[in-house]
Design a protein around this ligand. Sequence first.
Ligand code: NAP
Length: 285
Amino acid sequence: MSAQLIEGKKISDAIRIEIREEAAKLTAAGIVPGLAVVLVGEDPASKVYVGSKEKACQQLGFYSEVHRLHAETSQEDLLALIGKLNRQDTIHGILVQLPLPKHIDEKAVIDAISVDKDVDGFHPVSVGNLVIGDDSLLPCTPAGVIELLKRTGVEISGKHAVVIGRSNIVGKPVSMLLLREHATVTICHSRTADMEAIARTADILVVAIGRPKAIGKSFVKPGAAVIDVGINRLPDGKLAGDVDFDDVLDTAGYITPVPGGVGPMTITMLMLNTLKAAKRQAHSG
Ligand code: NAP
């Protein structure tokens, strides 16, 4: 039997309706949720992402500022802009689009963002809060994965979740979030021995490795929920995930397509974080 599709686009649209309603209430109370996006340089993919974030702000009634800086911008100037945005009352969330040009120290930039406005969830304090279970701003893609599972009705508690990939952006935080939801979590990476056999014991398999169609049905337990975080551009220009969708379709119980699975959730979770940050700053201010 064919796996049930986890339709990220539909789920994301439903969440956006909820966000718009909440944002309207907050705006009526005098606080317009505000997001600042900073783009340094001309990376084509980054330009597209920034454009999508700007559009999402317009759709949801948020205030937005996009700071497009030239590729030679100094670290000092970038840090000065972040300092200004940290102090600016109309801005509740700050996102610096990564990757940054080589001459800028990414860590120094992330560390400079106020934790209260860290809507990407990459600041070390946000990461620490995630690990100890405090109510922090959660990294967007991992939070999107959890939301997809919950809204599809996939049970997480007590299940075995295997995460393939251990990056700071996806693999590690999604593992922590699955643990928070009471899954038993195994993390695999490029040096994991016998990964296929481990993956085949997963009730929930999350794949984030950046290798097109690398994970086929020999990695999948019949009936498992397969979440494909990968976004890879093939030579023919088409997008593919890290999972071989066609190969896995008849084995998995649930599967996210690429595109249209995890991807649409990321910006939606960014908007949710900005709303959450605005509410918090309104209460504390
Ligand atoms: P990354 O930083 O390159 O990390 C890749 C991870 O996968 C590493 O931990 C690496 O292991 C592991 N890995 C690589 N090849 C492997 C293999 N053959 N077997 C087992 N593990 C392997 O990548 P990332 O930033 O996490 O991104 C992963 C994918 O998700 C990419 O396709 C990216 O485009 C996509 N992505 C999508 C979204 C979204 O919005 N949907 C957001 C972020 C990323 P080692 O640590 O041992 O090297």
